[in-house]
Design a protein around this ligand. Sequence first.
Ligand code: MN
Length: 197
Amino acid sequence: MFTLIQLPYAQDALEPVISRQTLEFHHGKHLQTYVDNLNKLIIGTEYENMSLEEIVCKSQGGIFNNAGQILNHNMYFMQFAGAQAARLPQLQGTLLDAINRDFGSFDNFKAEFEKAGTTLFGSGWVWLSADKDGRLVITQEPNAQNPITKGLRPLLTMDVWEHAYYLDYQNRRAAHLQSLWQIINWQEIERRYLECC
Ligand code: MN
């Protein structure tokens, strides 16, 4: 049985970048539905005792869609630090060195990431991942896809399904993506990078 992850911050902690109302729907309704659906779908199947990552790598159809959305949203919600983000130490060290090496500069990385998010047609996710050599790549993944199915190690993601931003930004996806940098907990992203690379 999978359960809804608990957020490490208050429902209004991400305002004004993500409103309390959006968070209540996104975490409390959309993600809860994926959890409920997956739990129903895996009963009595080979997936019943697998981890989310294993299910995402081995399944298809409805089981894949719901497991992928849970994995994606868990990584998404756990990467934010709310109002504290500005007070955390800025990104430095190994991950920043890798970003500078692979994208030229931190600003250029952010510009490329935002472009990948705004040009992704339809619903999906934009990801920063590391390959097996620790090299960083940005990928666009449709619907519930996650870069682990390509052998990559996902580090950072932005959700470009309309449910992630429509209440606050309506059709202005680019403005939403640009604002998300304010609440990224770079210590968490660095931790993910050091863990895998
Ligand atoms: Mn979402």
